[in-house]
Design a protein around this ligand. Structure first.
Ligand code: NAD
Length: 249
């Protein structure tokens, strides 16, 4: 009766798989049986993730690709026969007040968190559409549900991810493609480590998490593997929050 949370033999593309949440997802999906395609900008990082998976008996390969380079990203997907699982994870955050936000930081967040997230999902969905289905897992955030002062652009990009997830979930349901999001609270990764350990920023974030702790990468990857698996086969168009109760308030 217990549905399977294994994804044996399924091809799982993880963007931003070189470190942080993406690396954790790549390792966990491989442990759950997936053939992982680790896609990220920095070869040395994804090579290390792939080496760790293969050393443990799993299956993985690395594709070095900046997903904001549309042509390079589309040509990377063109080499794939199947994509059963996409973890649309590559993302960035540059904190700033509205009064101080730099146009370059605005462009970087819109280009990666919104534009590339759409075009990567499109590239994967086109393959899934021809092979009978799949699942797209987008990385949202607590800031995709709530506003966040001094992080308004990042928060807006994650609200974009929320609307995009719901809309394409409805659009692609008949093609057997599920689309979901995961909404982590502050997770200790290379992207956030310094800010979480800054008493002003980290203290304020911690005070908003009823469970009283920051997340670890492990807290997120379980949700991702579950959503990718047959156990989640009727789940689409929603965000699974991994936020210690932040957005329940
Ligand atoms: P991170 O900076 O630690 O890792 C990001 C990975 O993406 C790196 O491997 C990096 O090389 C890769 N990457 C960055 N730009 C890329 C590009 N243009 N093309 C290809 N790869 C690229 O980040 P993280 O903290 O693991 O965050 C991952 C995702 O989770 C992001 O979408 C982020 O917004 C989201 N998220 C993070 C947190 C958190 O607290 N860490 C909370 C909520 C949501």
């Amino acid at each position: 009766m217990l549905p399977s949370m294994r994804v044996d033999g399924q091809v799982a593309v993880v963007t931003g798989a070189g470190r942080g949440i993406g690396a954790g997802c790549a390792l966990a999906l491989a442990e759950a049986g997936a053939e992982v395609v680790a896609m990220s900008r920095t070869s040395s990082e994804i090579d290390a993730v792939v080496a760790s998976i293969t050393a443990g008996g799993g299956s993985a390969r690395a594709i070095t690709c900046d997903v904001t380079d549309t042509e390079a990203m589309q040509s990377a997907f063109a080499d794939l026969d199947r994509v059963d699982i996409l973890v649309n994870n590559a993302g960035t955050a540059v904190g700033s007040s509205l009064l101080d936000v730099e146009p370059d930081a605005l462009d970087a967040m819109l280009s990666l968190n919104c534009r590339a997230a759409v075009l990567v999902a499109q590239a994967a969905a086109r393959i899934m559409n021809g092979t009978g289905g799949g699942v797209i897992i987008n990385l949202s955030s607590t800031f995709g549900k709530n506003g966040r002062p001094n992080n308004s652009i990042y928060s807006a990009t994650k609200h974009f991810v929320e609307g995009f997830t719901k809309s394409i979930a409805v659009e692609l349901a008949a093609s057997g493609i599920r689309v979901v999001a995961v909404g982590p609270t502050a997770i200790d990764t290379p992207l956030t480590h310094d800010r979480l350990h800054d008493p002003d920023i980290g203290g304020d974030l911690l005070a908003r998490i009823p469970m009283g702790r920051f997340g670890q990468i492990q807290d997120v990857v379980g949700a991702v593997v579950f959503l990718a698996s047959p156990a989640a086969s009727l789940i689409t168009g929603t965000t699974l929050m991994v936020d210690g109760g932040w957005t329940a308030q």
